[in-house]
Design a protein around this ligand. Structure first.
Ligand SMILES: NC(=O)c1ccc[n+]([C@@H]2O[C@H](COP(=O)([O-])OP(=O)(O)OC[C@H]3O[C@@H](n4cnc5c(N)ncnc54)[C@H](OP(=O)(O)O)[C@@H]3O)[C@@H](O)[C@H]2O)c1
Length: 338
């Protein structure tokens, strides 16, 4: 076992923290997600190094879900092993998030947002991570069938049982989110945070979701701020062999990298260069420019990417003209990015 000694100066670094809605909790402007790159194909030492590097640079919020892998559950197991192996990575200094709602185990109860699914899943997640509680437990999605009240009551009970400190909702449509906020408020477990896909290509949260979260005293965290890597220089010169598109389990597909998207990436890169930024930095800054966004949850396959992305929390102001130019570039076709 390696003894990990955290760098106590890290909070004096560049990381800034934003209050999550009207709660007492702050999140780092940049959080790290373990959707890809922390599964059973990833090396333990590399993953541990990335988590330690993130923590040393003020990233105190780690976002997981029951199904992150491959295979489902592997990322939680990896994170649990890292925490166990890092005896001085203080549990009280980090926020651990997990979720349930997507396909997890076989049979009719291993997917969706039923009480059965959520109650079983939180226990499995805690076991995999070797934790007594998570900081935030999310309903990963509205499944289109389960009454929102059933899902929310399960979340309330999970908090009341001490297995999670706060709860959140992810990808809920406006109307279902409204029912969720109201139900949770009425049951004294207000929704801490809404998690939605938000980047220069994917703009759905602008149609009321961010505003609604804010009106309900909830934070908003943006996932896939780099559109899974498209909003960077990753695919400017072809498809690298070690990239998400090349990996069989990656959620970004070759078909999404059309000529038009490559043109858009090139044009956005030119705007970023004028601002003295890389495209990845500008993409993160663009999301963080809105003070209602509490944090961006990035993914990374290397320490170099993590390091580069920390700069995304700089230069957050955009001129009106810059924003219009960006909108004009992405408007004609916004790629369908999952
Ligand atoms: N609630 C939900 O339903 C939901 C859904 C999706 C994601 N999430 C959360 O959001 C997190 C982030 O999602 P994401 O991984 O799609 O985020 P992202 O930041 O948009 O994409 C991350 C990928 O972009 C590439 N990349 C990162 N930094 C780069 C840089 N500086 N230069 C070039 N390429 C760079 C890497 O791809 P390569 O691997 O090719 O190097 C990396 O794996 C997930 O881990 C998860 O926690 C939540």
């Amino acid at each position: 076992m390696s003894v990990y000694i955290p760098d106590k100066d890290r909070y004096n670094g560049v990381m800034k923290y934003r209050r999550c809605g009207k709660s007492g909790i702050v999140l780092p402007e940049i959080s790290l997600g373990l959707w890809h790159n922390f599964g059973e194909n990833a090396g333990f030492a590399t993953c541990r190094e990335m988590i330690h590097f993130a923590f040393d640079n003020g990233i105190t919020h780690f976002d997981l879900a029951n199904n992150y892998g491959p295979s489902p559950g592997a990322a939680e197991e990896m994170f649990g092993r890292i925490l166990k192996d890092s005896v001085l990575l203080p549990r009280e200094e980090i926020l651990i998030t997990t979720k349930a709602g997507h396909d997890m185990w076989s049979g009719p109860y291993g997917t969706g947002s039923s009480r059965k699914m959520l109650m079983t899943s939180i226990d499995q997640s805690l076991k995999r991570m070797n934790q007594e509680y998570v900081d935030i437990f999310y309903s990963h999605r509205y499944d289109g069938v389960t009454p929102v009240e059933e899902t929310m009551q399960a979340l309330v009970d999970i908090v009341k049982s001490g297995k999670a400190l706060y709860i959140g909702i992810s990808k809920y449509p406006l109307e279902e989110a409204r029912i969720a906020y109201d139900y949770l408020k009425a049951h004294d477990v207000p929704c801490l945070v809404y998690q939605g896909r938000y980047n220069m290509f994917s703009r759905e949260p602008e149609d009321g979701i961010i505003e609604q979260a804010s009106e309900n005293g909830s934070g908003f965290v943006a996932f896939s701020p780099l559109a899974q890597g498209l909003l960077s220089d990753r695919y400017l010169h072809g498809i690298p062999a070690d990239s998400r598109i090349s990996k069989p389990d990656g959620f970004l597909k070759k078909e999404q990298l059309t000529d038009q998207v490559i043109d858009q990436i090139r044009s956005l890169t030119a705007v970023a260069q004028k601002r003295g930024q890389t495209l990845a930095e500008m993409a993160l800054a663009w999301v963080l420019r809105d003070s209602k966004v509490t944090s961006v949850i990035i993914g990374a396959s290397s320490i170099a990417q993590l390091k580069a992305n920390l700069k995304g929390a700089e230069k957050l102001s955009f001129g009106k003209e810059e924003l219009m130019i960006i909108d004009d570039i992405v408007k004609p076709v916004r790629p369908e990015i999952k």
